[in-house]
Design a protein around this ligand. Structure first.
Ligand code: ATP
Length: 306
């Protein structure tokens, strides 16, 4: 669809784009505490209709000189494939996402999208084609409809409702006092973590990005919510290039490749089965999760009501 902007709503849209980036990333990337350093090159080009290939090539990165965060990280994700990143806290998983979103530039090596260094693209055009489902979605103090439409402000009500259906939250919304016109957020109806995540999924459906970054929630959801979210996530992953930061290994069994990242280095990589066969770090993480799941299913005690 051609978008015709008068100067006024051009700035409106531009501002919303900035805000959108901010909202998407706020929690996942702790933007508030960071200075944005990255500037577009003067001859930067727009990334248009990407095929969807990502490559990290010998990427080195640190936030402060004293501490190297990524060390020669190399991997490829082909268009339409899913890569999952697992590993101990502080290993650099979110940093990989931030670099792809270009909140920072790499210090060594490069990140290629469709074979071209992302430093040659405009930041806005990259961010337009990347969808993010963060752990904890920020909602505006506005209606649930507004919050869903945020994924693509040109969407009509009908499209928003369809997205909500696909994200498995429509049936919930129609139980709200004013259905889609119910105010949510801090000053309105509070949504549970699982509901907020499904709002993020609905937004992503409307945004229809080529790339998708998922940051799996660490907090336990009840089984039914978990199942609904997994279904909805599976649907939005289809046909996109996906990077998942995973905490529960059960959700990434089918990933095309799993990277185990520890202290900034990829120490293992392969499919779930291949990594189990290797009998290394991943295999012991898997074993650990199996043990945690048997024996204390009451672990899910602080369930959210859904
Ligand atoms: P988690 O699983 O806990 O989310 P992670 O694997 O995503 O961890 P990152 O958030 O990428 O890890 O952090 C990697 C390292 O970089 C950590 O040691 C962290 O303390 C450090 N770090 C992250 N953000 C900053 C920052 N803005 N300034 C300085 N150091 C940072």
């Amino acid at each position: 669809i051609m978008q015709l902007y008068t100067p006024l709503n051009f700035f409106g849209a531009y501002y919303r784009q900035i805000q959108q980036n901010f909202i998407d990333m706020e929690n996942m990337f702790d933007l508030l505490s960071e200075d944005q350093e990255v500037k577009d090159k003067e001859d930067a080009v727009d990334l248009k209709k990407p095929q969807g290939n990502i490559e990290f090539k010998d990427v080195n990165f640190h936030y402060t000189k004293e501490k190297s965060v990524l060390k020669n990280v190399s991997f490829k994700v082909e268009a339409g494939k899913t890569i999952a990143i697992v590993g101990p806290s502080g290993g650099g998983k979110s940093t990989i996402m931030r670099l792809l979103f270009r909140f920072y530039d790499v210090i060594g090596g490069c990140i290629l999208v469709d074979g071209m260094d992302i430093r040659n693209y405009t930041q806005n055009s990259i961010r337009k084609v990347i969808g993010v489902v963060p752990q904890d979605t920020v909602l505006f103090n506005d209606t649930i409809m507004y919050n869903i439409r945020y994924g693509n402000i040109t969407s009509g009500d009908k499209e928003c409702i369809e997205a909500a259906e696909h994200a498995d939250i429509h049936n919930k919304i129609v139980t709200f006092p004013e259905e889609y016109h119910t105010k949510v957020g801090e000053r309105g109806l509070k949504l549970s973590g699982g509901e907020k995540q499904r709002v993020a999924i609905a937004r992503t459906i409307l945004k229809d990005p080529v790339f998708l970054l998922l940051d799996e929630a660490t907090s336990a959801l009840d089984t039914q919510t978990e199942r609904n979210i997994q279904n909805a996530l599976q649907k939005i992953c289809a046909g996109r290039t996906v990077i998942i930061v995973a905490h529960r290994l059960s959700t990434i069994i089918h990933a095309d490749t799993i990277l185990v990242l520890k202290e900034g280095t990829i120490i293992e990589r392969g499919t779930h089965q291949a990594l189990l066969d290797t009998d290394g770090t991943y295999a012991s993480m898997w074993q650990q999760q199996l043990e945690n799941n048997t024996g204390n299913s009451s672990n899910n005690a602080n369930l959210e009501k859904d």
